[in-house]
Design a binder for this molecule. Structure first.
Ligand code: WT7
Length: 707
């Protein structure tokens, strides 16, 4: 087995972003490589080094024709990339296609009787439901007919979908895609208010809901959130005409919320009028938007990442095929939620464009016990598995030996969303994968559509804790704050950027092209007038290191975003929610390291003069955050402090609070307007007998720097 070539040199460094390899190695040493099995290589979609060569930089951008050619086009593209108006790229110019046709219709000839989706309800007493491609075709068509003729939706309209993990969710998405309706799926764990704000931002007239669902052994009454969403959207100036409600148990309304006449409709009832109807897939321009996915950024307002039809579908199909090694014969299970980009790209669009069987699980992994995922894998004979480090950590903690009990065999496993600790990676490899499955650690973002860094499963050795080399056709670079390249093997960390455009990159931020430019392209652009794509590197807002072997190690966000259990949380959104509480004067939200979830939000608040510090205020903070954002943003702790550490210009020093919450060195605080407060807060948070200082992770050290 090859040894990692990079040897760390102990060299102390002074500045924050010049962290040496050895300093990082305190927590995370360079790991040995592992290689895929001969059996895996023999059947892999990508085992030919000649294919890799086709993506050499000299073949950019036409190399991506290899991805686009995996799809069926109504009209071929004239030009692979039009980069004449940076950074608003156009991919597969002149081409026309339909995403739903590519995910459904085109598989009928060969695979109509094959499982497209296998739905696994959370209650183990309910059997799995198989939907074949033929059945999917029928159901998608009927829903498309209903969206068009009953809801009055047409190509280009936006619709907001707030649904749990039930098959009706991908069915609704594909029905939208069939008509060119731009879907915006809001993760089920967001509140009605959060959904309403997103619906208003996207200009949706129609909301699509489910009445309820099972989660962690409980029944979630979801319809109630629709009423709040409608109310919020209306308040924002966006009236909602119709709420279409899927019943989790067709024919039975399982919510306590009222049904509003002439606004709320049960899909199951309405669909009866559309039985057997078919709808021609609308031939869409490659650049027509396919969907919006809202994500958190550095401001309080989530942004709608707008993804294009042709480039996006080509990119997720290509990456699902070559990196996840999906064949139509495979049973593929991604445990993510479709409400996040992972689910869009690698539960729905990528796998389904490839004609795979995609498993959909309603519930949480550890329900009713930590053996559940492995029972599902055994029962359905899943052979490709995909999940997040948080889920892996959780299952490892709750059931270390559980996978051994079940007779399943994965050939391939993906991890996504957060850095994975080598110990956790090794458990995933040895225990979950039974030392047989190849692992890809895929680094990417909501904005990027698909994988940016990952190993090629049959060709590149695996290295625990590293995302790996750049994906085909992606040319990353790491720059320091001054724009100087941080070279491979230098032992320093910097900001990872992608030098070139690629087909999966979002088109723009919905309704805010200026923010798109500023957020992602301004930082390292030297000439805003340049028409050359080479002057427009994509800024990912992640810290990274590159050892000499070319395997990128992602260190985490460098902006005001924290990664909670693989989900992005904007700290500004949480702070804004706190500030709606009358008693609160100031709020600051910082990340704290958590053994299972990676990072969790910790809230600091100071109260207006004369307001007593009570438990009631803390409860109010929690309920406000849950109402305005959702349960996923629930803070771990709330500290009521006498004052915030501030600069002389009055800026809250979130970096200092983050250091305190993580028992790290607070750094130089002499320049603060109120340095004495730091010790007070430290005592309040850590107690009198504080634990010794720790060398913390890079993202926490840099937290709040950008603000
Ligand atoms: C952020 C993006 C990618 C889809 C799910 C999350 C972090 C993502 C990895 C990885 C280390 C990772 C980054 C990134 N991240 N994948 N393999 N190793 N960090 O999408 O919600 O847009 O979050 O997740 O910090 O910026 P997202």
């Amino acid at each position: 087995m090859a040894k990692a070539r990079q040897k760390s040199k102990a060299k102390p460094s002074s500045t924050k972003n010049k962290l040496t390899e050895s300093q990082i190695a305190v927590h995370w040493k360079e790991e040995e490589y592992l290689r895929p099995s001969k059996k895996f290589i023999a059947q892999a979609n990508l085992a030919d080094p000649a294919f890799v060569k086709k993506f050499d930089e000299k073949h950019f951008p036409e190399c991506f024709d290899l991805y686009a050619s995996l799809l069926d086009w109504d009209k071929p593209w004239r030009k692979t990339l039009d980069s004449s108006n940076p950074p608003f790229w156009k991919w597969f110019v002149g081409g026309k296609l339909n995403a739903c046709y590519n995910c459904v219709d085109r598989h009928l000839a060969k695979y109509k009787n094959k499982a497209a989706l296998i739905f696994v309800p959370e209650p183990e007493s309910e059997p799995a439901a198989v939907i074949t491609y033929q059945e999917l075709y029928k159901r998608v068509n009927e829903v498309a007919a209903m969206l068009r003729d009953f809801a009055g939706l047409k190509t280009g309209d936006r619709v907001t979908i707030h649904m749990p993990m039930i098959p009706e969710l991908p069915i609704t998405m594909l029905a939208c895609a069939r008509l060119g309706i731009v879907h915006s799926v809001v993760f089920g764990g967001f509140s009605g208010e959060a959904c309403g704000l997103r619906a208003a931002d996207s200009g949706s007239r129609v909301l699509i809901y489910a009445d309820g669902y099972h989660r962690n052994g409980k029944w979630v009454d979801h319809k109630a959130s629709a009423d709040i969403a409608v109310h919020t959207a209306t308040k924002e100036g966006q009236p909602i005409e119709k709420v279409l409600i899927w019943q989790r148990y067709p024919g039975r309304f399982t919510s306590d919320a009222p049904v509003v006449a002439n606004r709320d409709f049960f899909v199951n009832d309405v669909l009866k009028n559309y039985r057997g109807q078919t709808v021609e897939p609308v031939s869409q321009d490659a650049e027509a938007p396919l969907f919006l996915m809202y994500t958190s950024g550095t401001t309080g307002k989530p942004k709608g990442c707008q993804h294009r039809t042709g480039g996006y579908l080509a990119y997720v199909t290509g990456t699902a095929k070559y990196y996840q090694d999906i064949h139509p014969e495979d049973v593929y299970w991604c445990m993510a939620d479709i409400g996040w980009i992972t689910g869009h790209s690698y539960i729905v669009y990528g796998p389904m464009a490839l004609g795979a069987t995609s498993v959909l699980y309603e519930g949480v992994p550890q329900y009713p016990d930590a053996g559940r995922p492995w029972r599902i894998a055994e029962r359905l004979d899943v052979n490709i598995f995909h999940t997040s480090p948080t889920a892996i950590r959780m299952l490892r903690k709750a059931g270390f030996h559980e996978p051994k009990i079940y007779n399943y065999h994965f050939k391939h496993m993906t991890t996504v969303g957060e850095p994975i600790e080598p110990e956790v990676w090794k458990w995933y490899y040895e225990v979950v994968g039974k030392s047989q499955a190849v692992i890809v650690d895929t680094w990417w973002q909501t904005e990027t559509g698909g994988f940016l860094c990952t190993t090629k499963p049959a060709l590149d050795p695996m290295k625990p804790g590293s995302a790996g080399p750049a994906a085909l056709g992606i040319y990353p670079v790491i720059w320091d704050e001054e724009g100087k390249e941080v070279k491979a093997g230098s032992g320093h960390a910097g900001n990872i950027c992608i030098r070139n455009p690629w087909p999966g990159i979002m088109q723009t931020i919905w309704g805010d092209p200026q923010r798109f430019v500023t957020q992602y392209y301004k930082k390292y652009n030297k000439n805003p007038k340049s028409k050359n794509w080479r002057d427009w590197p994509y800024y990912a807002a992640d810290g990274a290191m590159l050892p000499a072997d070319g395997y990128y190690r992602i260190l985490g966000r460098v902006d005001d975003v924290i990664n909670v259990a693989g989900h992005r949380l904007g700290t500004k959104e949480v702070e804004s929610a706190c500030l709606t509480i009358g008693e609160i004067a100031e709020a600051a939200v910082v990340p704290a390291v958590d053994e299972v979830k990676g990072r969790v939000p910790v809230v600091y608040i100071s109260l207006k003069p004369g307001v007593p510090s009570t438990k009631a205020i803390q409860d109010k903070v929690i309920s406000t955050i849950e109402t305005m954002i959702g349960k996923i943003a629930r803070p771990k702790t709330i500290h009521i402090v006498p004052d915030m550490p501030k600069t002389r210009s009055g800026k809250i020093m979130r970096r200092v609070l983050a250091a305190i919450s993580n028992h790290m060195d607070t750094g130089d605080i002499t320049t603060l307007a109120n340095p004495d407060i730091v010790e007070q807060i430290r005592e309040l948070v850590q107690g009198r007998n504080a634990t010794p200082l720790k060398e913390g992770p890079e993202d926490i050290k840099r937290f709040g720097e950008e603000a």
